[in-house]
Design a protein around this ligand. Structure first.
Ligand code: AKG
Length: 270
């Protein structure tokens, strides 16, 4: 459970480091399952398994060698990942941060940056990239399967940016991957675009709000950078289609209805 101080820190910054939630054995099991799914050897398949950088990413030009393996909904391919999505500590803490008594999986996501050739994940906000659900108050739990450090491409966050609204179309980066707003006059008074590294230890969880600006640079180190993020919906998230998303074929409720169904299982109820 999170303390009142931790919840206040999350509300202020839009992100928070939690504790170590996985043992070394649990991390090892998830790493093995990841290899199996990534290599296409699992019986059941995830929704996506691709190099996220195969095409240009958010308009950036990427050389072919750079790779970020993105697997969406590995929980559908691996029982170990479904169990992970139900992790009691994580779910209790996300429910506290969302002020809800029910959590469903929106989707999960592996981002694996291999040694040396691991590419960037450009600056973004999650909710604008999910133009099928409302409101914009989801919380994600990002668990490192390797120590995520500045050297191997940990995420960076902009404190307070979750309070500034949707600026997705204006986000870009300097040569050294610091965030830049293309039209800063549109930011609220006092908004400071200053990123901080979000280093997370193996087995530790980091939480972020679905409007927090975040991104992660290349992995130029000799170490892997593997992680599993679960994007959780509070009980009140509803279907509001205004754009496309890979999960859309799995949605079988009507616009305005609560996002429920077998592809969006309840993983926590108080
Ligand atoms: O793993 C990363 O570097 C980025 C993940 C991300 O954008 C997310 O979990 O919302």
């Amino acid at each position: 459970m999170l303390t009142a101080e931790q919840i206040a820190e999350f509300d202020e910054n839009g992100f928070l480091k939690g504790g170590v939630v996985l043992s070394d054995e649990e991390v090892e099991r998830l790493r093995e399952e990841l290899d199996m799914v990534m290599e296409g050897k699992s019986v059941k398949k995830p929704v996506l398994n691709r190099n996220m950088l195969d095409n240009s990413h958010y308009g950036m030009t990427i050389t072919k060698k750079e790779t970020v393996v993105q697997i969406v909904n590995i929980w559908m391919a691996s029982d170990a990942y479904f169990e992970h999505a139900k992790n009691r500590t994580i779910c209790e803490e996300v429910a506290q941060l969302c002020r809800t008594d029910t959590l469903r999986i929106w989707h999960d996501q592996i981002q694996y940056k291999p040694p040396v050739t691991g590419g960037p994940t450009h600056w973004h906000q999650d909710h604008p990239l999910w133009p099928v659900i409302q409101p914009a108050d989801l919380v994600s739990a990002w668990v490192a399967l390797d120590d995520a450090t500045i050297e191997n491409g940990c995420m960076w966050m902009v404190p307070g940016s979750h309070k500034w609204g949707n600026h997705q179309r204006y986000l870009t980066a300097t040569e050294d991957f610091m965030p830049v707003h293309k039209q800063p006059q549109l930011l609220p008074p006092g908004a400071k675009v200053e990123a901080v590294p979000f280093e997370i230890k193996k087995g530790q969880v980091g939480y972020h709000h679905s409007l927090t600006w975040h991104g992660s640079p290349n992995n130029r180190s000799e170490r892997k950078r593997r992680a599993i993020a679960v994007h959780y919906m509070p009980g009140h998230t509803y279907y509001a289609p205004t754009g496309n998303h890979p999960m859309e074929p799995h949605i079988h409720v009507k616009p305005g209805e609560i996002m429920s169904g077998e592809s969006f299982p309840v993983v926590y109820e108080k």
